[in-house]
Design a protein around this ligand. Sequence first.
Ligand SMILES: NC(=O)c1ccc[n+]([C@@H]2O[C@H](COP(=O)([O-])OP(=O)(O)OC[C@H]3O[C@@H](n4cnc5c(N)ncnc54)[C@H](O)[C@@H]3O)[C@@H](O)[C@H]2O)c1
Length: 319
Amino acid sequence: MSILVTGVAGFIGMHAAAALLARGEVVIGIDNLDDYYDPTLKQARLARLNGLPGFTFLRADIADDGAMDRLALDGVDRILHLAAQAGVRYSLENPRAYVRANIAGHLNLLELARRLEVSHFVYASSSSVYGDAGSGPLAVDAPADRPLSLYAATKRSDELMTECYAHLYGFRATGLRYFTVYGPWGRPDMAPTLFARAMLAGEPIRVFNRGRLARDFTFVEDAVAGTLGALDRTGEGHRIYNIGNGRAEPLMRFIETLEAALGVEARIDFRPMQPGDVLETCADIGEAARHFGYAPRTAIDEGLPRFSSWYRAYYGPDR
Ligand SMILES: NC(=O)c1ccc[n+]([C@@H]2O[C@H](COP(=O)([O-])OP(=O)(O)OC[C@H]3O[C@@H](n4cnc5c(N)ncnc54)[C@H](O)[C@@H]3O)[C@@H](O)[C@H]2O)c1
């Protein structure tokens, strides 16, 4: 029996696949290695997985209906679907990429789950589905019907499509609303890498809403522990969980911690609030804790130094 991991060359996908392989699972990974961000980083992540016992890689586009229908995946018993067009801000520039990967692509994965009669379909949603639902920890049943970006709208659609398929075809399904995941091998379009690059080059970092933003930052190891916990969940039906750290970190404290980790001072270019952005995110992780023992343990004081060491090792000390 094997596990299909989509988006395996991605940030969370690579870490999740590595953790599954480390516990002896057989993993078939899919990715199209698109150039939304530098594919060299995706290739480097894949290189860490290639050669590990139990790993096979298939280059495929999940939005290609014909290719997905032809995939022979006998023996796949569970699906961890992480492939997506990610990024809130880019969804203003290229909305069609989101509908293609996140809606047409998600439907193809649901169809695959149905065809293979998998025992569990786990997929990535996002904290962005909550929109600007307010401050304080957000429970999974908080309103999620006022998305502020098309990215969020596609992720909420994924949840609704999955609800329908789990109901129609009776498979177990789990959606994971990740809250700003960061760490080694992180995405170059997200704050830690954007900030680290600019700070080490002595360039200003762009900080929106004059820094009056707060995010629940989740260290990737915690996010992966939550993902594997969810994958092992035995309850029936379709459930959705928050995967966060459980606290809203003010953006300015995040920047100060990164300054200390990198040993450089940031020059800050304060900008107005960006369209599509939310003021604060904070996860109520109680359900994930109760249902599969989710217990994040990494604060930014530990996570950012670990990110910074990787950043310097990967990009070189001066970049
Ligand atoms: N990182 C975060 O903070 C965060 C937060 C909320 C939700 N998520 C979600 O978690 C998942 C993983 O995110 P990530 O940060 O690892 O992003 P990522 O961009 O690093 O990984 C996604 C991977 O999917 C692949 N992909 C994209 N379109 C594809 C397609 N049509 N066919 C095949 N592969 C395709 C990409 O090449 C990439 O390697 C995504 O669904 C994302 O929306 C991430």
